[in-house]
Design a protein around this ligand. Structure first.
Ligand SMILES: [Zn+2]
Length: 486
């Protein structure tokens, strides 16, 4: 039987604020256990929370970047559940008045398997609805050891936004493309660092099957807290096949909460799903309603940087870059800014793009570097490109300069050209002498060329390059040989 897959997402992103949502404790990642805690974030009796204003700003920023409407009057609610990672026994969240609602993202979704590593796939454009974005607090972390469990409350009270989408996804590829763009936008907007490996972005997947696009939705399961893009794709494929098998045998899907085990490549049910009434939501009495007036909203709007889609369009329109280049360059804010700075320093846009997509992509991978921590300044990249395009050094020598700099050499491109002896010989007299010698010593290719065999010239150029130890300017060698043989 064929089924249509229906997927909705709930994405949690930790906000990059300095302090927690209701206290002044640090949100820094990686501190030793229970060192960033206080009576407020550990839920001691008698304490009062004070809402961090930046949390509201960051959430509104995310909402604007994701084309949402903003509730200028909203409030927080208590969501009750008992689990040891949440010392208050309720989570302060938002229920019926989220800060942002009714948004969308337009995505160019690549066809085919998102994990096959093949670039430059054909794409189709699709709009994915965003139901709501609300603020809430993160919980602590349980550390299970042999025979004991410890609790680390450092993450407790770290501000989160939860982004809830419409059930608009039909394939794992669409989810992958959406999460990639979402992550890029949240990083651009400075809202979250979205480091899935540190848990600062997590994805819950709601998935159901139905017999066809017009059939009512089937019963869905929710797979919680998936910790990487590729794991999300694998978890979706696994759950889709599992439900298909159950339905084909005439079974029913129960509305379970699942956990994905990426190492073993399977999921299992954790508990049957709660409905909203199980949480006994009620308005948080200790926090005033949140009012975002026009003036504040205007300031938040003005603080948004140019987002990846707009930037991508600009690169294509202003620089004539192909869509593939523009997509690559705008994938990460730090990379796009580096590219802009290199162009501002005089690099031709298409050349800068080529260098970034080839050498830089290879070297950042080899040296495990992120785009915001490159050892070569954008000005020096512009300099390298100018050295090559003016014929002072070869393109291969350009790569050698980058290799040296990425391996820790702190000399400037000009110093490296001198130190590594990379300068091409463009002295016409010297090269003409070498050409004459090669012509005199190679009668066979010379005769072949004169008889009309164009290819014979290649071997003569090679001889001259060899004689010059690779430093002769190949364009000049070509020109001089043709003159001599004319
Ligand atoms: Zn605290």
């Amino acid at each position: 039987m064929e089924f249509e897959t229906v997927i909705g997402l709930e994405v949690h992103a930790e906000l990059s604020t300095q302090s927690k949502i209701y206290c002044t404790c640090s949100t820094a990642f990686g501190a030793s256990e229970n060192t960033h805690i206080c009576p407020v974030c550990t839920g001691m009796p008698g304490v009062l929370p004070a809402l961090n204003k930046s949390v509201v700003e960051y959430c509104v920023k995310a909402g604007l970047a994701l084309n949402c409407k903003i509730n200028q009057y909203s409030r927080q609610d208590r969501k009750h559940y008992f689990y040891p990672d949440l010392p208050k026994a309720f989570q302060t969240s938002q229920y019926d008045l989220p800060l942002c609602y009714d948004g969308y993202l337009d995505i160019d979704v690549p066809e085919g398997d998102p994990l096959d590593g093949k670039a430059q796939k054909s794409t189709y454009r699709k709009r994915f609805g965003i139901t709501r974005i609300h603020i809430e607090e993160d919980a602590g972390k349980l550390l299970h050891g042999a025979g004991s469990t410890r609790i680390d409350y450092n993450r407790c009270g770290v501000p989160l936004i939860e982004i809830v989408t419409e059930p608009d996804f039909r394939t794992a590829g669409e989810v992958h493309a959406f999460l990639t763009m979402l992550r890029s936008i949240l990083i651009y907007a400075g809202v979250s660092n979205c480091r899935m490996e540190e848990g600062s972005m997590r994805c819950d997947v709601n998935l159901s099957l139905r017999p066809g696009p017009d059939a009512p939705f089937g019963t869905r399961t929710e797979t919680k807290n998936i910790a990487s893009m590729s794991a999300t794709v694998r978890a979706i494929e696994y759950e889709r096949k599992r439900q298909k098998k159950v339905l084909e045998k005439g079974g029913v899907i129960t509305q379970d909460t699942m956990r994905w085990d990426d190492e073993r490549g399977l999921n299992y049910a954790m508990r049957s799903k709660e409905d909203a009434h199980d949480y006994f939501y009620f308005p948080e009495p200790d926090i005033m309603p949140i009012e975002v007036d026009d003036e504040w909203l205007g300031r938040i709007k003005a603080s948004l940087p140019e987002l990846p889609n707009a930037r991508r369009e600009r690169y294509m329109a202003d620089y004539g870059l192909p869509a593939y280049d523009a997509g690559f360059l705008t994938g990460e804010r730090a990379l796009a800014e580096y590219f802009d700075d290199a162009v501002a320093a005089g690099a031709p846009p298409k050349s800068a793009s080529n260098w970034l997509m080839s050498d830089f992509a290879r070297l950042t991978n080899e040296h495990s570097l992120t785009w915001d921590a490159l050892p070569l300044s954008p000005e020096d990249l512009a300099k390298c490109i100018a050295l090559v395009e003016s014929g002072k050094i070869s393109r291969t020598s350009g790569s050698k300069i980058l290799d040296a700099v990425f391996s820790g050499d702190t000399r400037t491109p000009d110093e490296l050209v001198a130190a590594l002896g990379l300068a091409q010989v463009s002295d016409e007299g010297a090269i003409r002498a070498m050409c004459e010698e090669v012509v005199a010593n190679n009668p066979k290719p010379v005769a072949d060329f004169k008889a009309g065999k164009e290819k014979a010239l290649t071997s003569l150029v090679g001889q001259v390059m060899k004689a010059s130890k690779g430093k002769a300017n190949p364009a000049l060698v070509n020109k001089l040989l043709r003159e001599l043989l004319a």
